[in-house]
Design a protein around this ligand. Structure first.
Ligand SMILES: [Zn+2]
Length: 388
């Protein structure tokens, strides 16, 4: 090889895009499958709205997507048949996606599956249950969802259950895991289903890390030291989670990453409440479609009237976690299609390479980038053990 060629090779090797596309990128949390169910979107097309589809995922170098199987308790209940059906419908939609479009999506339940899909140029398709409502307070349902392919569960979303407190309501402030809740964690450990602390109350967090014998994850959270919202993790929590061997996957949502954004959003929410209500009243569809109509107004208003946030702020949270506990305990969880605002330069999954560019700009090495984008989560998935 002559001198010119060598230089060219080196340039290619150090190219941020080459580094990005070489790495296995795993997004731990997106709500896109609800759009498939409720809006009948075709994920194979490049969509004009929302944050994720097959075309933009490919452009963004995404190798694995955990789809959130989210049961909204106000619409579907804290348990019972409707909650179970809502979860089952989403799981069926994810499976159908892989069955109809095997050229793009490959169902996956393990780190080995993810590596295989990435090597085949497919997107590994995984599932996590957001909020434990669908287990309907029955331990056997944890096993049922594991068998259906679910590989993580957060005990509570924004509403507490009898067995797990949430960071999103008042009762959660004094509620952790009860004995049943601890048994749920033990059952998840036994099966090899990751325990997700995103959305849970502080008390529940501490009960989880002291109960779990396997690495614990936050699938879409950030640092309270930077953005002081109850959904985020304190430095002590990040240290405790890292001690379990777990990973904090940093969320991309401005409300949870930008200081003061949450307060500004609250003020704006109060101002636009009549507009939001009007959109809901004008929507002829069911409760799900009324919620979509309300969210469309919010999306438009937030984009116009709230401060822009950039990918650099996401990396501030990654930096903070790395300074606290090292490079082995941080990953990414976009929350795409579950939020009404995004950063301006990582507005959809297609712009994921901008995250890698920012990491490299700040001095992270290629192997650091590999860990942040997905390597750390591959390790945690391998360490869950359990069944197949
Ligand atoms: Zn969430």
């Amino acid at each position: 090889m002559n001198q010119t060629n060598q230089t060219e090779t080196e340039q290619t090797n150090n190219d941020p895009l080459a580094i990005h596309y070489r790495a296995i990128a795993i997004d731990m949390h997106a709500d896109t499958v609800q759009r498939v169910l409720d809006e009948h979107i075709d994920l194979q097309q490049e969509l004009k709205d929302g944050h994720l589809d097959a075309v933009r995922a490919k452009a963004g170098g995404l190798d694995a997507q955990f789809f959130s199987i989210w049961v909204e308790p106000q619409l579907f209940g804290l348990g019972g048949e409707r909650a179970i059906k809502r979860a089952d419908d989403q799981i069926a939609a994810v499976r159908a996606l892989a069955e109809k479009h095997p050229e793009t999506w490959q169902l996956a339940v393990s780190a080995a599956d993810v590596r295989r899909a990435a090597a085949d140029g497919k997107i590994a398709t995984l599932m996590g249950l957001e909020g434990g409502y669908a287990i309907d307070e029955r331990l056997e349902n944890v096993d049922r969802y594991y068998k259906m392919g679910v590989r993580y569960m957060s005990p509570a979303w924004s509403v507490s259950t009898s067995w797990a407190g949430s960071s999103g309501d008042e009762v959660g402030a004094s509620r952790g895991l009860n004995e049943f809740g601890k048994n749920v964690v033990r059952e998840m450990n036994r099966l090899g289903m990751m325990v997700d602390v995103s959305h849970v109350s502080d008390k529940t967090f501490w009960d989880i890390v002291t109960t779990s014998t396997k690495p614990v994850v936050a699938t879409h959270s950030a640092c309270r030291a930077i953005a002081d919202v109850p959904r985020n993790l304190t430095d002590d929590m990040i240290r405790a989670l890292a001690k379990t061997g777990g990973v904090v996957n940093v969320i991309f949502y401005p409300e949870h990453i930008e200081p003061g954004w949450s307060q500004k959003k609250k003020q704006l929410d109060a101002e636009i409440a009549p507009l939001v209500q009007q959109a809901s009243a004008n929507e002829p569809g069911d409760a799900v479609h009324k919620k979509l109509a309300r969210d469309r107004v919010r999306t438009e208003q937030y984009a116009r009237r709230l401060p822009a946030v950039t990918v650099s702020r996401i990396v501030d949270h990654i930096d903070h976690i790395v300074k606290l506990v090292g490079i082995d305990h941080v990953g990414i969880g976009s929350d795409f299609d579950g939020v009404q605002a995004t950063t301006s330069d990582l507005a959809t999954i297609a712009e994921l390479p901008n995250l890698t560019k920012e990491l490299l700009k700040r001095g992270y090495s290629e192997s650091d980038v590999d860990k942040v984008l997905g390597g750390n989560m591959l390790r945690v998935m391998e360490e869950q053990g359990g069944g197949k």
